[in-house]
Design a protein around this ligand. Structure first.
Ligand SMILES: Cc1cc2nc3c(=O)[nH]c(=O)nc-3n(C[C@H](O)[C@H](O)[C@H](O)COP(=O)(O)OP(=O)(O)OC[C@H]3O[C@@H](n4cnc5c(N)ncnc54)[C@H](O)[C@@H]3O)c2cc1C
Length: 508
């Protein structure tokens, strides 16, 4: 029986700086490259066809680079353990090389199943940490920043693709993997999902183009300011979140590239802000790695007794972009149509659901997550909990849709882009249509309740309610004690992030 090793690709869809691939090739045996669209993952409520679409195209990009060497990444719709079962009668699988992702419970359970299967079948399962995030047991909290810097400045894994030798799998085995086609992954009759030119191009090649373009051009063109503005951010922000979430590029590679490209002083300030975002990313991931329970539980148990009733009608209006709050609805429409909104809008949506609709983030999480192409559980849950005031670690910050519109969309460009019925309305009034007088409604052919829904909640009342409830809870001695305990126990926030986190949800 031929002995082989396997590189199991997951959310690490790149060929460069790939520790498992590098070490598998070094090991000398023929290497089978494998990616599985596993039902245990694709059927999770936070997963959607947009994630399959992004993964599929990322792999297609890798296949292009491997093609000249006659190498293929095999695809399957089986669980990875079933793929191993299919292979074992024909090959002696020596080692499975893979990255260890910072993941949700269902993914960690899948990884445990793979580890157990390997151990039972005499296969070595060798996992490598993703750059910048350490297994919880290896973190030295006071020195985490130093540990992170060491990790991201470590040498990049470079590999001559011509050195990869792969086993040539017979057709009857490949067929058993149930290799998917793109239409089978995204659903042929899926009317909701129509990626067009506005969608971010997936893949490693695109990630590097995006990065170079960002460093050389966008960073000196008002990045810091524009990333916060909804209308501008789609093109002015780095847009590296999806490539990072799918592992098309690593933070190590980004830092290396920042060093390589000659930079003038004009973009140094914005690049510093950019580097802070990258640090915030890995901080959030490290927090999740150390506190994976935040996927399911409030970090601060003091708030466990709130938001116990679910109101499906309110949540449905939110998902259908029919809240009657233009910036909230425009954000949801943009997210539905493009898979992306900027940080400020994500914060607004999270705050709106938690504070104004008074709904539990746990039930709201998956329907929002499945819309984000760049869904990254560690970042997502950490931000969601903070914005819902379920950690107690940052000052209460209830975002008000009309006030936010005035601040970040003062000319109404974003609202008009997604809600054409606002076309004639002066920009300053777009975020607050209730202010339109009868005469103005006639002038602008805009009738609230007819052309656009009336607000589903009274925002002054919901703000007061949320503020009163949360202040009451967090002032209780038991909550003060728990918050102090958490503050002392969690990973210290690096100084570079402290000012931006203080105003979490307001001035990031
Ligand atoms: C409720 C909520 C949910 C979020 N969910 C996700 C998610 O699932 N996936 C995700 O990648 N980001 C998430 N973010 C963070 C942030 O909104 C996005 O990373 C950012 O908008 C992506 O745009 P960009 O790539 O142009 O980022 P830039 O603003 O150019 O930043 C560069 C990179 O830094 C990281 N980053 C930026 N902001 C943050 C932040 N606040 N926390 C941690 N890392 C950050 C991202 O990797 C990003 O690509 C969330 C924020 C909020 C408030």
């Amino acid at each position: 029986m031929e002995a082989i090793n396997i590189v199991w690709f997951k959310k690490d869809l790149r060929l460069a700086d790939h520790a498992p691939l590098y070490h598998a090739v070094q090991a000398g045996l023929p290497v089978l490259l494998m990616y599985c669209f596993e039902p245990s993952q694709t059927q999770h409520p936070s997963y959607s066809e947009r994630h399959s679409w992004y993964a599929y195209h990322s792999i297609a990009d890798m296949q292009q680079h491997l093609k000249p060497f006659g190498i293929t990444i095999y695809l399957s719709q089986l669980e990875f353990t079933q793929v191993l079962e299919t292979l074992l009668p024909h090959y002696q699988v020596h080692t499975v090389f893979a990255h260890r992702e910072t993941a949700m419970l269902h993914t960690r359970q899948r990884n445990e199943a793979v580890a157990a299967f390997c151990s039972l079948n005499g296969i070595t399962f060798q996992e490598f940490p993703a750059t910048g995030v350490l297994p919880a047991s290896q973190v030295d909290p006071p020195n985490w920043l130093q540990q992170w810097k060491t990790a991201i400045h470590a040498p990049i894994y470079t590999l001559n693709l011509g050195k990869i030798t792969t086993p040539d799998l017979p057709k009857h085995i490949v067929q058993q993997f149930l290799p998917p086609t793109l239409p089978s992954l995204i659903g042929k009759s899926n009317k909701q999902f129509k990626p067009d030119k506005a969608w971010q191009k997936p893949g490693e090649t695109n990630a590097h183009e995006l990065l170079t373009n960002f460093i050389l051009h966008k960073a000196s063109n008002g990045y810091q300011k524009k990333r916060g503005l909804p209308h501008e951010s789609a093109t002015a922000s780095s847009r590296l979140s999806a490539p990072l979430a799918f592992g098309n590029i690593t933070i190590k590679q980004i830092y290396w590239q920042l060093k390589q490209l000659k930079l003038d002083s004009t973009n140094q300030h914005d690049l510093t802000i950019f580097k802070q975002q990258l640090l915030a990313r890995d901080y959030a991931l490290q927090m999740f790695e150390m506190n994976p329970q935040i996927e399911q539980q409030n970090l601060n148990y003091a708030v466990n007794g709130i938001r116990l009733k679910w109101n499906e009608a309110l949540f449905e209006a939110f998902i259908q972009s029919k809240t009657g709050f233009p910036l909230v609805d425009a954000a949801m429409l943009c997210l539905q149509k493009t898979g992306f909104i900027n940080h400020r809008l994500r914060a607004l949506l999270a705050s709106f659901v938690a504070h104004h609709l008074w709904l539990d983030w746990r039930k709201a999480a998956a329907p929002i997550a499945k819309l984000l192409v760049d869904f990254e559980p560690g970042i997502f849950y950490w931000n969601l909990q903070n914005l819902s005031s379920c950690t107690g670690l940052y000052p209460l910050n209830i975002l008000l849709p009309a006030k936010e519109a005035k601040r970040i969309d003062k000319n109404g460009l974003f609202i008009k882009q997604w809600l054409p019925q606002f076309k004639l309305i002066p920009g300053a009034l777009c975020g607050h249509p209730a202010l339109l007088s009868d005469l103005e409604q006639q002038m602008y052919h805009f009738k609230p309740g007819k052309d656009y829904p009336l607000p589903i909640v009274n925002i002054a009342e919901t703000e007061l309610h949320a503020q009163t409830q949360l202040e009451r809870i967090y002032q209780k001695p038991i909550a003060v004690k728990e918050t102090a305990k958490l503050t002392a126990a969690i990973l210290p926030l690096p100084a570079a992030l402290q000012t931006r986190q203080k105003a979490l949800g307001s001035k990031s």
